[in-house]
Design a protein around this ligand. Structure first.
Ligand code: AMP
Length: 280
């Protein structure tokens, strides 16, 4: 596995590689969720490239950026063990050289949920993802369903800016108690870790309501909030039942929908989601 720290190096390493090239973009502190993306890419692509970069421009809160977990040497070992061909680990000045001023301004779907609660988040995400795509020129890129809105925003960007890359969604990897794997879980204390599965419990409630055909979303959101309120360490940021295509809030589950939420457990903000099928 070649470890590259500059765009020029990565391009050189990719020269003459067999296609399709599969790319996995991460912020490091890797776990089995990231590895699910890598493994799917490894199965489907003769060349697999991964990036590890904690993108400061997608953090609206500097304190959150400062405590984001990092362990680059361990990450590199994990990617090597999975048979990744090239890993790109740039420093900030490589991605945002002096005078950097060119941004991708994402549309409507980025304005809701995470976009509403973390201003500028998806502008930062789209800008860095486009730059990484332009570095690797992948044929395919693998994204987790765990970050459902990010997946939607990236799909839109690829379509609207005609990037010609297949965006492949990979199901969320969870712990045995339902907690979605996340680098941020490392920041949870023991008591917070015990509390954290409440996110998935609330999402499962939404699933049950949808399956039973009880599609009044006001009731569903209320039930989810009540479920989370029972957990003393949890504070709801938002609870949403939205159209799976547009992320517009729904009044009834009468089409493919996504239940999503953001909950702060202690001081750690976690997000999760499940897809909801209409009953019958
Ligand atoms: P991150 O390092 O958090 O930016 O995540 C990098 C990629 O891994 C994104 O496409 C995420 O959606 C994906 N990912 C993170 N956690 C999980 C998980 N538990 N299951 C599946 N994919 C995940």
């Amino acid at each position: 596995m070649k470890v590259c720290t500059t765009i020029a190096d990565s391009r050189r390493a990719l020269m003459g590689c067999n296609h399709p090239i599969g790319a996995i973009l991460t912020m490091g502190a890797l776990h089995e969720g990231h590895l699910a993306l890598v493994r799917q890419a490894r199965k489907e692509c003769p060349t697999v490239v991964a990036s590890i970069y904690v993108n400061p421009m997608q953090f609206d809160d500097q304190a959150d950026l400062a405590i984001y977990p990092r362990d680059i040497q361990k990450d590199i070992r994990m990617l090597r063990d999975e048979g990744v061909d090239i890993v790109f680990t740039p420093i900030d000045s490589e991605m945002y050289p002096k005078e950097f001023g060119m941004w991708v301004e994402p549309g409507k779907v980025a304005g809701r949920l995470e976009g509403e609660h973390r201003p500028g988040h998806f502008r930062g995400v789209c800008t860095i993802v486009l730059k990484l795509f332009n570095t690797f020129h992948p044929d395919r890129s693998y994204f987790g369903q765990k970050d459902a809105q990010q997946l939607m925003v990236i799909r839109r960007m690829v379509e609207e800016l005609a990037l010609g890359i297949d965006i492949i969604a990979v199901p969320t990897v969870r712990e045995h108690d339902g907690l979605a794997l996340s680098s941020r879980n490392m920041n949870l204390s023991h008591a917070e870790r015990q509390a954290a599965p409440v996110l998935y419990r609330a999402l499962c409630l939404a699933k049950e309501f949808a399956m039973r055909g009880q599609g009044n979303t006001a009731h569903v959101r209320e039930a989810m909030r009540e479920c989370i309120a029972k957990e003393a360490l949890a504070t709801v940021d938002y609870v949403s039942i939205a159209d799976a295509e547009t992320l517009e809030e729904l009044t009834a589950i009468d089409r493919p929908a996504v239940a999503s939420l953001a909950v702060t457990i202690g001081t750690t903000r976690l997000i999760d989601n499940v897809l909801l099928a209409k009953a019958g």
